[in-house]
Design a protein around this ligand. Structure first.
Ligand SMILES: Cc1cc2nc3c(=O)[nH]c(=O)nc-3n(C[C@H](O)[C@H](O)[C@H](O)COP(=O)(O)O)c2cc1C
Length: 196
């Protein structure tokens, strides 16, 4: 067993290891709205469920390499309402494209060629083709060193009709979610049952 101390590794190599070991991570395709009314979209894999009561998820955002806040964080500071579209394999390339750094005035949905759906409860837009999406509002902003942890309360869940039944069973194969593994990705396509 190799044992490593983050204090010896330093932040970059610790990131490399944590992002390779804590896998697969789901990807939140976070939609926010700027103060100037420009819709923004970016993927975040430091993302997970925190609680079902109150329904809460988290997204953790670091600064850009130049030290500036990412547009997603700037926008959440202005308007806490946001959307999280779940990334499905057919949208992988567009998700990847939307992770590129654009100036705040660029509509990243348009830049990625993505049709949008308006939020019901928030001003932010969601990805029209995503199989599922959440509408959320930020309830807490917590500084964790290099990252800002955002707790986001879930206001609404959207699931494509063919992917959910009346018993709330979700068709996971149909969802075709993509997860992040270090610098690579995995498709959720090898689903198995636990023993009885
Ligand atoms: C799959 C994937 C996952 C990412 N996860 C994160 C993350 O958890 N936190 C983060 O700060 N950046 C993450 N990024 C980088 C942001 O998406 C990227 O910095 C983006 O340009 C931010 O856009 P914005 O300035 O519009 O907010 C990720 C990128 C990709 C492709």
């Amino acid at each position: 067993m190799t044992t490593l101390d983050p204090a010896d590794l330093g932040p970059s190599r610790t990131y490399k290891l944590l992002s390779a070991l804590v896998v697969p991570r789901p990807i939140a395709w976070l939609g926010t709205m700027s103060a100037d009314g420009v819709p923004n979209l970016a993927p975040f894999s430091f993302f997970n469920v925190v609680s079902n009561d109150p329904p809460t998820v988290m997204v953790s955002i670091t600064n850009r390499p130049d030290g500036r806040d990412k547009d997603s964080l700037t926008n959440l500071d202005h308007d806490p309402g946001a959307t999280i579209s779940l990334v499905s394999y057919p949208q992988f390339e567009q998700m990847w494209h939307s992770s590129l750094t654009h100036e705040p005035e660029v509509d990243e949905y348009a830049a990625a060629g993505l049709p949008t759906e308006p939020g019901d409860r928030v001003a932010a837009l969601r990805v029209a083709d995503a199989p599922a999406a959440l509408e959320v509002t930020r309830t807490r902003r917590i500084e964790v060193g290099a990252y800002t942890l955002n707790l986001l309360r879930v206001l609404a869940l959207h699931v494509r009709d063919d992917l959910i039944d009346e018993r709330l069973h979700v068709d996971l194969a149909g969802l075709d979610a993509v997860g992040r593994l270090s610098t690579r990705f995995i498709r959720v396509d090898d689903i198995f049952e636990p023993p009885n």
